[in-house]
Design a binder for this molecule. Structure first.
Ligand code: BGC
Length: 423
C-alpha cells in the first residue's frame, strides 16, 4: 500500500508482537554449568584456532578473537544484576514482548535443591515486564545443563526427562501465571549437530550417531512431557519450541541430485522434529538465519555470499519467506523467535531487519499466520563457541562498565514497533 507521499508501506496485523530475544546464559553472568566448565578447558584452544578458522578481514576487525578471555562467559552482560537496565532498553524500544530465558543451573544447582531466592528474582523480572505491558515469552532451556545433570549422563541419559520434569514443575507453579508464551527447548537440533556430529560444542562428540539418536528421542520426550505439565495447570497456555530453520535450494533446478538433497535437508532440519511433536505445539517458534545453496558434491553447499555479516553469514532475507511458506501447512500461529545479524558497526542491521520484515509481510499476505517478530538480540551477548566478538545487539554493551548504548538501528526498530509498519 502506498501512503500519501507515495512511499510503499507494509502494515502488520493489529496486535502483532514486536519483540527482541535474549537467553539466560548469554547475558546473565556468574553461572556455573557444563558450558562454563567447557570454556575453561577450551578457551586457549579456541583462541589459537582463530588464525586458521576465521577470514583475514575478520581477524583484523576482531583481534579479541585471539584472546582466551573472549571465550569465557564470566559476567556476561551482568543482566542478572541489571535487569532494570535491560528493561529500559525494552521500554525505550517500545517493544510489545520480550523473549528471555531462565537458567536451570542457577535455579537447581544441586539435584532437588531449588534456590527460592533465584525464583523470587525471576518473578520480580517477569512482574516488571507485566507492569510495563510487555508480553513474556519464556525459554525454559537454552543449552547449558547444571553440572550435576551432565555428570549423570546429560542429554544422552534417560534420566534427563525426569530431571527436567521436576525443574519445570517448580517453574510452572512459581512463575507460570506470568508467562504468555512458553518455549520448552531452544534449537534442539543445533545441539545435536554441534554437540554430537561436528564436535564444535560440548560434549564435543564427532559423528556419534547413537548418542544423537538418544538425545533426539530425549528431546521429544521432554517436550511432550513438559507440554502436558504446563497445560495441566494452564489449559490455555501457548507452548512451543524454538526451531532452528534454514532454507535449502538446489543450486541448479535441473539437477535431480541437488533437488533431492535439498528436499532431504529441508525435511531433517525443518520438519522431522515438528512432525514428532505436532500434537504438542500451540504455535511454532521460528529462528531463521540461514540459507543453503545445495550442490551435488562435497561440501554439498556453495552459497553465493554476495553479502555476508561479521560472522560470515549470508544476507538472504527471501529465505525466511520460503521457510514460512513451507510451515503454512501446519496451520499454526508462528512467532519469529529469532532473526538477527552480527554487525559491530551497525552498517547493515536496519536493512537486514527491514528486508526480512518485508518477506514476513509477504508471507502474511499469502495467508501464513505470523503473530510476532523477535530480533536477536536485544543486547550484545556471549556467542557460545565464538565468545564475545560477534555483536548481534540492538544495544551495544561495554564489557568494562556494562553500560548499554543504543546502536543507530534502535531508532529504526523503535519506529517499526511503534507504528506497526515498515516503509
Ligand atoms: C541461538 C542463539 C545464538 C544465535 C546467533 C541461535 O542459533 O539460539 O543462542 O546467539 O543463534 O548465533
Amino acid at each position: 500500500m502506498n501512503n500519501k507521499n507515495n512511499i510503499k508501506e507494509f502494515k502488520f496485523p493489529p496486535d502483532f508482537l514486536w519483540g527482541a530475544s535474549t537467553s539466560a546464559y548469554q547475558i546473565e553472568g556468574g553461572l556455573v554449568n557444563d558450558w562454563s566448565e567447557w570454556e575453561k578447558k577450551n578457551a586457549e584452544k579456541l583462541a589459537q584456532r582463530a588464525k586458521n578458522y576465521w577470514q583475514p578481514w575478520q581477524q583484523e576487525m576482531f583481534p579479541e578473537m585471539f584472546d582466551p578471555d573472549n571465550y569465557i562467559c564470566g559476567k556476561a552482560m551482568d543482566s542478572y544484576n541489571r535487569f532494570d537496565e535491560d528493561l529500559k532498553c525494552i521500554t525505550d524500544l517500545n517493544l510489545k514482548a520480550y523473549r528471555m530465558g531462565i537458567e536451570w543451573s542457577r535455579i537447581e544447582p544441586q539435584e532437588g535443591k531449588f534456590d527460592m531466592e533465584v525464583i523470587e528474582r525471576y518473578r520480580d523480572f517477569l512482574k516488571k515486564l507485566k507492569n510495563n505491558n510487555i508480553k513474556v515469552v519464556l525459554t525454559l532451556w537454552h543449552w547449558p545443563l547444571p553440572l550435576w545433570v551432565s555428570k549423570e549422563g546429560g542429554l544422552t541419559s534417560k534420566k534427563i526427562v525426569k530431571y527436567f520434569e521436576s525443574y519445570v514443575k517448580l517453574i510452572v507453579h512459581e512463575l507460570g501465571d506470568l508467562v504468555d508464551y512458553w518455549i520448552t527447548l531452544n534449537e534442539p537440533l543445533m545441539i545435536i549437530g554441534h554437540g554430537y556430529i561436528d564436535g564444535k560444542f560440548p560434549p564435543n562428540k564427532k559423528n556419534d550417531f547413537i548418542s544423537s539418536f538418544k538425545v533426539f528421542n530425549n528431546y521429544i520426550k521432554i517436550h511432550r512431557n513438559i507440554y502436558q505439565i504446563i497445560h495441566k495447570k494452564f489449559p490455555q497456555a501457548k507452548v512451543s519450541i524454538a526451531m532452528t530453520t534454514g532454507y535449502f535450494e538446489p543450486a541448479h533446478k535441473w539437477n535431480l541430485i541437488e533437488v533431492i538433497i535439498a528436499k532431504l535437508a529441508h525435511y531433517f532440519r525443518n520438519e522431522l522434529f515438528i512432525n514428532r511433536i505436532n500434537k504438542q505445539l500451540d504455535y511454532i517458534g521460528v529462528n531463521y538465519y540461514h540459507h543453503d545453496r545445495i550442490i551435488w558434491h562435497p561440501p554439498f553447499k556453495e552459497n553465493l555470499n554476495k553479502e555476508i555479516d561479521d560472522r560470515g553469514w549470508e544476507f538472504y532475507p527471501e529465505g525466511i519467506y520460503r521457510v514460512l511458506k513451507k510451515y503454512k501447512k501446519y496451520k499454526k500461529p508462528i512467532l519469529i523467535t529469532e532473526n538477527g545479524t552480527a554487525d559491530a558497526r551497525d552498517k547493515n542491521r536496519e536493512r537486514y531487519i527491514r528486508e526480512h520484515l518485508k518477506y514476513i509481510h509477504k508471507a502474511i499476505q499469502e495467508g501464513v499466520d505470523v503473530r510476532g517478530y523477535f530480533y536477536w538480540s536485544l543486547i550484545d551477548n556471549f556467542e557460545w563457541a565464538e565468545g564475545y566478538w560477534p555483536k548481534f545487539g540492538l544495544y551495544e554493551v561495554d564489557r568494562k562498565t556494562f553500560n548499554r548504548k543504543a546502536r543507530p538501528s534502535v531508532d529504526f526498530y523503535k519506529k517499526v514497533c511503534s507504528e506497526n509498519k515498515i516503509y
